[in-house]
Design a protein around this ligand. Structure first.
Ligand code: SF4
Length: 275
């Protein structure tokens, strides 16, 4: 095993143990779109499976969404050749998306929601205990920046999440892996890549802008991306203004001066002054 593969494998193992992604007896449904990231994820999870101290099983699931020119035979042939257990689900979300989204607008939001719904349903049907998605560290960083700049929220992508309906657990084993290294692995291994622009969607302009911004900043200081990612694990609730978070973390209680003799009774809440 070469250096790159070893590094990626240890990142997947660390992510899994940090966020309790893989557990004994899990049956993991690995969502494979045919892009480089999902191919790399499937490969790395199988390598990890061989070395893991507990048993878990894997199968690949591809949703054929009916995009024009989608090479339907490519992934089944690859899965067969490599000995992966797999399921192909055919659902024409392409027609739904092109009918509902006005021309010139990006399809991605509706397309991903429909695909996520299909994954959730299939996971239940096929008895999967976890659904693995191939988002990597750069996706996490870009999502954080997008939420910060355009949604007024300080949130990235969860490494492990129970779906809103409580039925599924989604994991992202590649959150510590960079896109550049996954691209390199995909090239070295010669995965059969299916381009994502078959759908004919416009580029997501804001994501592209954020990506360009990070690339520019990173060219000036190569630690920028790593710093943004590190910030996600280095939070100071006392320096943030989310009142629920402060309450849960007991921030303001911890900041209170010790009270002496009856002074506390004289404290007037500021909100009272406004009335
Ligand atoms: S790029 Fe195409 S296939 Fe991918 S999420 Fe967007 S619309 Fe769907």
């Amino acid at each position: 095993m070469d250096k790159l593969e070893k590094k990626l494998l240890s990142q997947v193992a660390k992510a899994s143990s940090d966020f309790r992604m893989l557990e004994p007896g899990d049956r993991v449904m690995v969502a494979v779109s045919g892009g480089k990231d999902s191919h790399a994820m499937l490969y790395l999870l199988r390598e990890l499976q061989k070395k893991a101290p507990f048993p878990f099983s894997l199968f690949a699931l591809n949703v054929d969404q009916g995009h024009p020119g989608f090479p339907s035979d490519l992934l089944p042939a690859f899965f067969e050749r490599e000995g992966y257990e797999y399921v192909i689900v055919k659902e024409d979300t392409y027609s739904v998306v092109t009918e509902k989204i006005p021309e010139g607008k990006t399809f991605c939001s509706l397309c991903s929601r429909l695909r996520r719904g299909i994954l959730y349903t299939q996971a239940q049907k096929l008895g999967a205990t976890k659904i693995a998605l191939g988002h990597h560290r750069d996706d996490v960083i870009e999502t954080l920046m997008l939420n910060l700049l355009y949604a007024g929220q300080l949130k990235a992508m969860p490494a492990r999440l129970r779906s809103d309906d409580g039925r599924n657990v989604v994991i992202r084993p590649l959150v510590y892996a960079t896109e550049a290294e996954l691209t390199e692995l995909a090239a070295v291994k010669g995965f059969p890549i299916i381009p994502c622009d078959l759908c004919g969607s416009q580029d997501n302009l804001k994501r592209k802008q954020v990506k360009n911004l990070l690339t520019t900043l990173n060219a000036d200081n190569p630690t920028v991306r790593a710093n943004v990612f590190a910030a996600l694990g280095n939070i100071r609730p006392s320096h943030l203004y989310d009142l629920d978070l402060r309450r849960v973390m007991g921030v303001d209680e911890a900041l209170e001066e010790p009270q002496t003799g009856g002074v506390a009774n004289n404290v007037v809440p500021l909100t009272a002054l406004r009335r």
